[in-house]
Design a protein around this ligand. Structure first.
Ligand SMILES: Cc1cc2nc3c(=O)[nH]c(=O)nc-3n(C[C@H](O)[C@H](O)[C@H](O)COP(=O)(O)O)c2cc1C
Length: 157
């Protein structure tokens, strides 16, 4: 079973979780990046990123330099933007073969409310079995991320 952890991360939280999950599962890592970069200032990120989510904008991704056909299973990581998954992840999921390989999903959010995001993304993932909601480092309950990641990894098996 060859596994790939695919993620997008703007400020490092999803990346940190992705690396932990990939190490524990002995999986490869793929970081999604958009051709057009996001602004550096948080307020501008909220305006641009939030607007993209509202408009269902699908950004162009930088070329993916690995062969996705080599992988049997994908574990997908996304921050929550405007209550939903990020546009870069939606761009990746345009490839239906890859979307069908996603069995497990981890979300990173500032507040932990992922219901809307989960509903939207579940429609794109026919084989989704495991999900976990993790919190941004700035949240006081983010100390529970470690235990949640461990549980998530156990479920993936
Ligand atoms: C554009 C934008 C929109 C966001 N919208 C939400 C939101 O609706 N709900 C929430 O809980 N967190 C929201 N956040 C916070 C992020 O989900 C959180 O900081 C996450 O840990 C970021 O992951 P990253 O460090 O991998 O980029 C938003 C952040 C950005 C940049």
């Amino acid at each position: 079973m060859k596994r790939l952890v695919v993620f997008y991360s703007l400020s490092g939280n999803t990346e940190e979780a992705a690396k932990k999950i990939a190490t524990a599962l002995n999986a490869d890592l793929l970081k999604l990046e958009t051709v057009k970069s996001m602004p550096k200032a948080f307020v501008a990120q909220i305006i641009v990123g939030g607007g993209q989510v509202m408009m269902n904008h699908i950004p162009e991704l930088k070329p993916i330099d690995i062969d996705l056909n080599l992988y049997d299973e994908i574990i997908l990581g996304s921050p929550i933007w405007n209550s939903k998954g990020v546009p870069a992840v939606n761009a990746f999921l345009k490839d239906e073969n890859s979307a069908a390989k996603v069995t497990s999903l981890f979300f990173l959010s500032g507040g932990g409310e992922v219901k809307k995001g989960l509903e939207a993304i579940t429609k794109l993932l026919p084989n989704l079995k495991n999900t976990v909601s993790l919190l941004d480092k700035k949240h006081e309950d983010s100390k529970d991320n470690e235990a949640k990641i461990e549980e998530f990894i156990k479920k993936i098996g």
